[in-house]
Design a protein. Structure first.
Length: 262
């Protein structure tokens, strides 16, 4: 199936995309509001873009960290083709593209969501059924891999937006989470049980990182045509910012400062 793509300019970049609403939302989050709070550097660092989508996050990362090696994960083959096109069109170097879903096992999983077509809104695609199954849902078998296998050195920055799969991937990383300097993780949950899962996930990250959590407005983040799913599922969306602690003394200092309102 041949998809006609839109073409837009974002600063120095050319961006191909399928759906205007997706592009505008991503542009606003990244290039206007700077949602990632990524500390710029010219060092040759390693960055992981987990849930790279069509590559706008990767372009933003390379704008602030031009010498970084960026490992990008995107399981949807149709979206992956656009990601690859955007990387090639802008001549980006030191980019590793992985057309697999991150999970807690190597093998296969089912990807749920709107997967193909010019009207598809791929923002909610997920291997987590509770999050990915909505109206007009398609299913596709995709290859999976484990994030821990890619954390073999210090990771300067981890961006993770995996529509609920973070609850299985962060535990899979295990102690290698200590190798991550900065992270921004989109948190997704459905209902009270899902919120409890997120609480456990946050507590795990807080062992090694200073954490800040910001609530997201689901009515803004979720397209209006998913209204019935929103009312039924009561989704929760948050953004978690994490910075690695050097040692326990630093963690105690951060906690004490927070308690004192400093």
């Amino acid at each position: 199936m041949v998809i006609s793509l839109n073409k837009s300019k974002v600063g120095q970049y050319t961006v191909y995309h399928r759906k205007e609403s997706e592009f505008v939302r991503n542009y606003d989050e990244l290039f206007v509001r700077h949602l990632y709070k990524l500390p710029p550097t010219n060092e040759k660092v390693t960055i992981i873009d987990a849930g790279a989508h069509i590559g706008m996050s990767t372009l933003y990362i390379k704008m602030l960290c031009p010498n970084a090696k960026v490992i990008c994960f995107e399981p949807n083959p149709y979206t992956f083709d656009i990601l690859k096109k955007n990387i090639q069109e802008n001549g980006l170097k030191d980019i590793i593209l992985v057309n697999k879903a991150l999970s807690d096992h190597v093998g296969q999983a089912t990807l749920f969501g709107e997967l193909n077509g010019i009207t598809a809104d791929t923002r909610g695609n997920s291997i987590i059924a509770d999050w990915g199954i909505r109206a007009n849902t398609e299913e596709l078998a995709v290859a999976t891999t484990k994030l821990s296998e890619y954390i073999t050195e210090d990771i300067y920055f981890l961006k993770m937006d995996l529509e609920g799969a973070e609850t299985i991937i962060i535990p899979e990383i295990g102690d290698r989470i200590k190798k991550i300097n900065y992270a921004v993780i989109d948190l997704h949950a459905v209902g009270a049980q899902g919120e409890e899962e997120l609480d456990r996930l946050v507590r795990k990250i807080e062992v090694t990182h200073a954490v800040e959590i910001v609530d997201k407005d689901v009515n803004v983040s979720i397209p209006g045509r998913w209204h019935d799913w929103l009312v039924k599922s009561k989704p929760i969306m948050k953004v978690l910012y994490a910075q690695r602690l050097i040692d326990r003394n630093e963690k105690e200092l951060v906690v004490n400062m927070a308690q004192k309102g400093l």
